[in-house]
Design a protein around this ligand. Structure first.
Ligand SMILES: [Zn+2]
Length: 236
């Protein structure tokens, strides 16, 4: 199994804004990578204390514990959890965020970063900021972005009034066939957030077993072979 043109990355660092992004969003891809033999790690900027779901004075700690449990399910070896303000990452100096990404990438020897797409996928400003920091804090490391295909985003917006932008077909660089079973278990670890999440449930139903990704920073030798190989696999 390989992610041409870089092959299977030896060490992947996912850069996220909130505990649950690694599972609700990136869980299928992270499990795919760890299952294939990549070492995977997560840098999460906030403890998700501003969530309206499960609001309590302890949410700050509850969500940290949920992240640790979910990481175990997804085969994530290392979680680097910061305590920056949930909902206000845009107010944190980009330099500070970028420095944290650079340090985490060095600590885990990252050969690839995995992020939410630049539009934040759901449009959340914290998601956009996390990706901006990932791109700013590293140089020369390929950056792969997860998104939902535009038809999936449009269907969700129509059904739930959400704000998914969606990724156009011709901008998809890579499609992966993922096993959702581990992702569902990881999602369930986020008890404070996932007890009733119809948007998430519907999104996973619409996505089926396929995730769509694009390079924000392309590897040294971008090759069409990867695109064809993976698309062929996805049709099976
Ligand atoms: Zn989030």
């Amino acid at each position: 199994m390989s992610l041409e043109p870089i092959g299977l990355p030896s060490s992947v660092l996912a850069v996220c804004a909130h505990p649950d992004d690694e599972s609700f969003g990136l869980g299928g891809v992270l499990h795919y990578l760890s299952d294939a033999g990549s070492r995977t790690s997560v840098l999460c900027f906030t403890r998700g204390e501003a969530s309206t779901l499960g609001a309590s004075p302890e949410l700050h700690d509850v969500r940290a514990a949920e992240l640790t449990a979910a990481a175990g399910v997804l085969g994530i070896e290392r979680v680097i959890l910061l305590d920056l303000p949930d909902g206000s990452l845009s107010a944190v100096a980009l330099d500070e965020l970028a420095t944290a990404v650079g340090a985490a990438a060095e600590t885990v020897g990252a050969s690839m970063l995995l992020v939410f797409d630049e539009d934040g996928v759901t449009g959340h400003p914290d998601h956009r900021r996390a990706t901006e920091a990932a791109l700013t804090g590293t140089a020369g490391v390929p950056v792969l972005a997860w998104n939902v295909p535009r038809p999936v985003g449009e269907a969700l917006n129509a059904e739930f009034g959400t704000t998914f932008a969606g990724l156009d077909e011709d901008r998809v660089d890579l499609r992966l066939k993922v096993d959702r079973a581990a992702q569902h278990v990881a999602i369930a670890c986020h008890t404070s957030q996932s007890t009733d999440n119809p948007v998430l449930r519907r999104r996973l139903e619409l996505l089926g077993d396929t995730e769509s990704l694009r390079w924000l920073r392309v590897p040294e030798n971008p090759a069409g072979s990867m695109r064809h190989e993976v698309q062929a696999a996805a049709r099976h």
